[in-house]
Design a protein around this ligand. Structure first.
Ligand SMILES: Nc1ncnc2c1ncn2[C@@H]1O[C@H](COP(=O)(O)OP(=O)(O)OP(=O)(O)O)[C@@H](O)[C@H]1O
Ligand SMILES: [Mg+2]
Length: 331
C-alpha cells in the first residue's frame, strides 16, 4: 500500500512530478482558470490570508486556491497524504500569468500551488465537540504529526459535507523542529483511540522511501528528509504503544527535557523510546547542524553514540532505524 512502490510512474523532476500533467482533474482546473483569466476574471486575494488567491472559472464559480509561497510543501503534503487518508485536497504546482499574482521574474509567470477549491464552511466549536468528526480529527492529527505541521489551527480546517478538510500545509516538512502546537490537541476526537486501519496505515508507511522521495524527487534539503524520517519512527512507536493523539501532542509542544510529567504520568510502558526520538529531532535542529548535509550526518552520529548503550539493550526497531539512517546518507 505504498505510494512509493509506484516509483516507475514518477518523472525525475519535482516540477513534472507535481505538475497537473499527471492529474487530469487538475489539468482541467488549470485550463478553466486560464480561460477565465482570458475572459478578464481575475484572481481574488483571500481576506485575512497571507498570500492565497481564489481562482474562478468563466462562470465565476470558485475552482482553486493559488499560493505562490511554500508551494512545494503544499503539493508534497497532498502527495504524502497517500490514498487521501486525511483528505488533503488535490494540489499541483503550476505557473500562471496574471498581473494580480505579480511575477516580475519568469516573464510574468508565477509558480505556485493550485489546490482544488472545496465548497465548505469554517470549522466551529460545535463541529469538534461532535464525535462524528473524531475519525477526521485523528487522521488530520496523524498527518500533522507525520509532517511536523506547525500551522494547524481551526482556520486551516474546512467543513465540507460531513468531513473535515485540512488545508494550508506550507509549514510542513520543516528543516528544523522547534515544537508544534496542534489546534486539535484538546478536541474530544483527539482523545479517541486510533483505529486498526489508522495504525495499519502508519505501520505500513516506508520511512526510508519517503525520505529518499523528499530528497531526490522533490529536492527538499537533507534536514527536512531526516526529520520527516524520525517523525514517522515516532508515530510508528506511538502506534505500538496505543497512545492517542491528545497524549502524543504534548511531546510536540515542548523540548523533551521539560516534557510535562503531569500529563504523561498515566502513560505506561516504554515511553523513553519516544522521548529519545524527540531528543534526536531537537539535537538535529540545533543551529550547528541543521543547515548542511555534512553537519547533519555528524549530528546523527553523535545521537547514535549518545544513545548506543541504551538503544542496544532496548533493541527497539525505531531506534535501530535511526542507526540505519547513517549509512544511507551519502558522504
Ligand atoms: N482548498 C480550499 N478550498 C476552499 N477554501 C480554501 C482552500 N484552501 C484554503 N481555503 C480558504 O482560504 C483561506 C486561506 O488559505 P490558507 O490558510 O491556505 O492561506 P495562507 O495565506 O497560508 O493563510 P495563513 O495566513 O493562515 O498562513 C483558508 O483559511 C480557507 O478559508
Ligand atoms: Mg491559513
Amino acid at each position: 500500500m505504498n505510494l512509493f512502490d509506484q516509483d516507475a510512474i514518477f518523472p525525475s523532476s519535482a516540477f513534472d512530478l507535481l505538475s497537473p500533467i499527471r492529474y487530469p482533474l487538475m489539468q482541467d482546473v488549470v485550463c478553466e482558470i486560464k480561460k477565465a483569466f482570458a475572459a478578464s476574471i481575475s484572481p481574488e486575494k483571500i481576506e485575512g490570508a497571507t498570500a492565497a488567491y481564489l481562482l474562478r472559472d468563466c462562470k465565476k464559480k470558485p475552482l482553486a486556491i493559488f499560493k505562490a509561497q511554500g508551494y512545494l510543501h503544499e503539493c508534497t503534503a497532498h502527495l504524502l497524504d497517500y490514498k487521501a487518508f486525511a483528505g488533503v485536497p488535490p494540489t499541483v504546482v503550476t505557473s500562471l500569468h496574471h498581473p494580480i499574482l505579480g511575477g516580475l521574474a519568469l516573464g510574468g509567470e508565477v509558480i505556485g500551488s493550485c489546490q482544488l477549491f472545496y465548497k465548505g464552511r469554517s470549522l466551529n466549536p460545535a463541529d469538534v465537540q461532535n464525535l462524528k468528526t473524531a475519525k477526521s480529527i485523528r487522521r488530520i492529527a496523524l498527518l500533522d504529526m507525520r509532517l511536523l505541521n506547525s500551522d494547524r489551527h481551526s482556520g486551516n480546517i474546512l467543513v465540507h459535507k460531513d468531513a473535515l478538510i485540512p488545508v494550508d500545509h506550507h509549514l510542513t516538512l520543516p528543516p528544523q523542529f522547534f515544537g508544534c502546537s496542534f489546534g486539535w490537541s484538546h478536541w474530544p476526537g483527539a482523545h479517541t483511540s486510533f483505529s486498526a486501519e489508522e495504525k495499519n496505515y502508519i505501520t505500513h508507511l516506508d520511512a526510508e522511501k519517503e525520505r529518499q522521495f523528499l530528497l531526490e524527487k522533490i529536492g527538499l534539503p537533507i534536514s527536512c528528509g531526516n526529520l520527516h524520517f524520525i517523525a514517522l519512527q515516532i508515530l510508528k512507536a506511538a502506534m505500538d504503544q496505543d497512545l492517542n493523539a491528545h497524549q502524543l501532542s504534548f511531546f510536540y509542544r515542548l523540548s523533551p527535557d521539560i516534557l510535562p510529567t503531569r500529563t504523561l504520568a498515566p502513560l505506561p510502558k516504554n515511553l523513553p523510546i519516544i522521548r529519545d526520538l524527540f531528543k534526536v529531532m531537537n539535537y538535529l535542529s540545533e543551529d550547528a547542524f541543521w543547515s548542511s548535509q555534512k553537519h547533519h550526518t555528524i549530528a546523527i552520529k553523535d545521537c547514535i553514540a549518545h544513545f548506543a548503550a541504551t538503544w542496544k539493550s532496548v533493541r527497539d526497531p525505531y531506534q535501530r532505524a535511526i542507526s540505519n539512517l547513517l549509512p544511507s546518507i551519502p558522504k
